[in-house]
Write a protein that binds this ligand. Structure first.
Ligand code: DAH
Length: 383
């Protein structure tokens, strides 16, 4: 039987094809051949990247090379010399064939062709030939190792924290990472001229747009969207113009907490965060509240937890202090409630903001924040 290599070198007349039906059959055969050769190549796979590229290029050239490729020969030998009566059908079929041929482009082939550590068939067979039966396999050999992924430690920490608050009836809210200076600062009671704006080393996109420096702006967005009462936590990425070192990263993660209702007091804040710390670090930890300052809370505080490793005696994890700083918190400033459209005479609220990366470092005893973002599997596969 005449192979396709030979057929494309002949004219239709030489092939004895002289009606529309014959043309359609011939093109169907050609298309099937292309499909089969593509499928064979892909089912064989390639042992490595250079081989993969070589095999794909060979198949592509066989069909699509400008000089001598099957398609150009079909154009030259079938279409051009075809008589007036057959030309329209040959042209139509030729166009039909072209609809398939993009799948023979190198990028498409490379994408589809799997790399195999151990090709089960020889890969050097001439194209179009039939693969021999593979040799029987030694089933006592160890199998291929298929590495499983795992949850990133920061994600894991975030989920642990989320679970605790979801259990308390909070829900999870999100907001944009590219934020207006209004939400990031002004609405949080941080006016333009106020020196506390410098507390955040802000990355500006333009004079009115920043990469959010904290998750606090979503407090205002949520107040505007839902009103009171409101019980939410807000996990997300934040950005600051910090040089990377073992405790700083220009991108990091925070979780914001916000509870607004009638008769919310500082006691609710203390009780909730104490419960949270015990759930996360163990029942025996104690919490400590110290006064602090944030423009969006009044009064403001810093929460620390007694070291869950040494129980407050002093060790490496708590840097001999017996305490681990956890987060900033406070009672939502009345002006902030007002900015969010909530009446501070009727409602009050508490809020907190914590660094998820720092929590993960403390809890999993990791000494360098950079490890989270380097994508080194030797680190990640420990989780
Ligand atoms: N947004 C603050 C920061 O990034 C953290 C914070 C402190 C958030 C106190 C709060 C809060 O909601 O009440 O430094």
């Amino acid at each position: 039987m005449m192979g396709m290599d030979e057929k494309v070198r002949k004219t239709l007349a030489e092939l004895g094809v002289n009606d529309a039906q014959g043309v359609e059959w011939l093109f169907a055969e050609l298309r099937k051949t292309a499909e089969r050769e593509r499928a064979e190549l892909i089912s064989r796979g390639a042992p490595d990247q250079p081989q993969r590229e070589r095999l794909c290029k060979a198949l592509r050239d066989r069909w699509l090379a400008r000089k001598g490729g099957f398609l150009s020969q079909v154009d030259e030998n079938w279409l051009k010399p075809a008589g007036k009566d057959l030309k329209p059908v040959v042209g139509r079929q030729f166009n039909e064939l072209r609809r398939f041929t993009p799948s023979l482009e190198i990028e498409k082939l490379v994408e589809a062709l799997p790399l195999q550590q151990e090709a089960s068939h020889p890969t050097e067979l001439p194209l179009g030939s039939v693969a021999p039966r593979p040799a029987p396999r030694d089933l006592t050999l160890p199998g291929l190792r298929r590495p499983l992924g795992s949850i990133h430690p920061v994600t894991r920490m975030q989920r642990e924290i989320e679970d605790i608050f979801l259990g308390l009836g909070f829900w999870i809210e999100g907001g944009p990472e590219i934020e207006s200076t209004y939400y990031n600062f002004d609405a949080l009671n941080i006016p333009e001229s106020h020196p506390s704006r410098d507390d955040w080393d802000t990355l500006y996109i333009d004079s009115k747009t920043v990469l959010r420096t904290h998750t606090s702006p979503v407090q205002i967005r949520a107040m505007e969207k839902y009103g009171a009462p409101l019980y939410i936590i807000i996990p997300g990425k934040c950005y600051r113009h910090d040089n990377p070192d073992s405790t700083h990263s220009p991108m990091f993660h925070q979780i914001e907490g916000l509870a607004i209702d009638e008769d919310i007091t500082f006691a609710d804040l203390k009780g909730t965060l104490d419960f949270f710390a015990k759930k996360l670090f163990g029942e025996k930890v104690r919490t400590r509240f110290q006064p602090s300052f944030f423009p969006f809370t009044e009064p403001s505080g810093e929460v620390a937890v007694s070291c869950f490793v040494c129980d407050g005696q002093g060790c490496r994890v708590c840097k001999e202090s017996g305490w681990i700083e956890l987060m900033g918190c406070g009672m939502v400033h009345p002006q902030v409630l007002r900015n969010g459209g909530i009446d501070p005479d009727k409602y009050s609220g508490w809020a907190f903001g914590l660094g998820v990366d720092r929590f993960a470092m403390v809890k999993y005893d990791i000494n360098d924040i950079q490890l989270f973002f380097q994508g080194d599997v030797r680190f990640l596969e420990q989780f």
